[in-house]
Write a protein that binds this ligand. Sequence first.
Ligand SMILES: [Zn+2]
Length: 499
Amino acid sequence: MTRSLLAAALVLLPAIARGATPEPVVLLTESQRREIAVVVRAEAELVPLEPLIAGLGVQLRPNAANASLGLSFQGRDATLYHKKSLASVGGDLRLLSSPTLLENGSWLIPVDAVPRLLGPLLGVRSEWRAASRVLILGNVTAPRITVSTFVSGDAVRVVFEASEKVPFKVEQEAGRVTVSVARDIVDTAFTQQRLTGGIVDWVQWVGGRGNVFTVTPGRRFGEVQYQEQESPARLILDFKAPATAAAATPPPAATKPGAATPAVPSPTSPEAPSSRTIVIDPGHGGDEVGAIGAGGTMEKDVTLSIARKLRALVQNSLGYQVFLTRDKDDVVALDDRTAVANNYKADLFVSIHANASRAKGAHGSEVYFLSYQASDDDSRRVAQAEGAIAAPPADAPLGTDLSLILWDMAQAEHLEASSALASRIQEEIATVTGSEGRGIKQAPFRVLVGAAMPAVLVEVGFITNSEEEKQLLSDAWQSKVAAALLRGISRFEQGRGDR
Ligand SMILES: [Zn+2]
């Protein structure tokens, strides 16, 4: 780079930074519309909490000792932490795109995290529409717009129909016609359509603040006329070939002859389904036999048997690559099991175990994901039996949310997905084991800490319960459990796109 170019670049940079002040966010609730200024910190856009919850009756409990903020609304709770990209809502951890901040006594929330925090807290629908910069809190309705096209020999009709009267605005630009709708938000399922015949090539939804659709005329385009109708509210655009219609001659007389036609983005083709990988971890092995039942059944054998059944099911019905951390009666260190999953760049890690308890009546299945703090005493005992991570640092300040200490560990950024995976598996396995009421649990399992992907540990039943020991040995029951695990996994996989 020459000196003068470098100088120019240095001059430009601050200008870009200054120009980066984003437009305010529009907050839409059922009763009002408010503009809220955003601030930018470390390239993230944040909005102040106060105007979002003004007048709603949310109770706030600032905690200066650990720089957190508790929020309560109609029996539901949430906690924000200064400088943490993690919040808890109704007891569930929520990962945020950037940290919440406490600045000059005011809490700032990443704008895209508002729906995940305030939606569940307030018990309302919430959505952040980045393109139109609109935050929705509550049952806000938007006009619904459908697009239809009709192609004939020398004309193309494009019809925009709205579910209520909206202000359509039509503009002709170089090489395209835009239709915008001056509303904060509109709903449309339309994305784009490629037309043949050469009069109109494309109709596309661009969105953005102006809720813009574009129509790109083709080589045979001559002129466009439009009209509006009421009930139903419609805008009708008629694109026609030139009146002389010499079919072979292509004079593409758009509004401004000679103007360059903007590049039209090519239609997005659905990507080929990427191959997914799952690592299944049969607990224990070799001399490390795990729990033993009164009848002599060893946990290590049950876990391997279920893991093999699950492998076959996942391969056959999901077509995934599946690896086991052990496929024979071997000792494998806990950390090595996670390393297998990380080496294969697995998308999911499922560790299979069978439980033990001194209480003879203890029964049923449990599904865990990682936490420093065990959900209860039983969970802590289970983690101790299966290999727990060291106790939290003694110098952790009182009141520190221990789940936050996990922040530096590989599993941290997958905790939310892990909890979702645990939920899906729990819901399915409970139908086999009759443990519906148990819910998912958290405990500090060493085998989950280093997993760089959603990871859960499943206790399929109590080997120390004589009834369940018999079940655990039964081939039919093992198959049922494996099938339930498969259903849980595939439901989690189907839901991935929603998160
Ligand atoms: Zn075990």
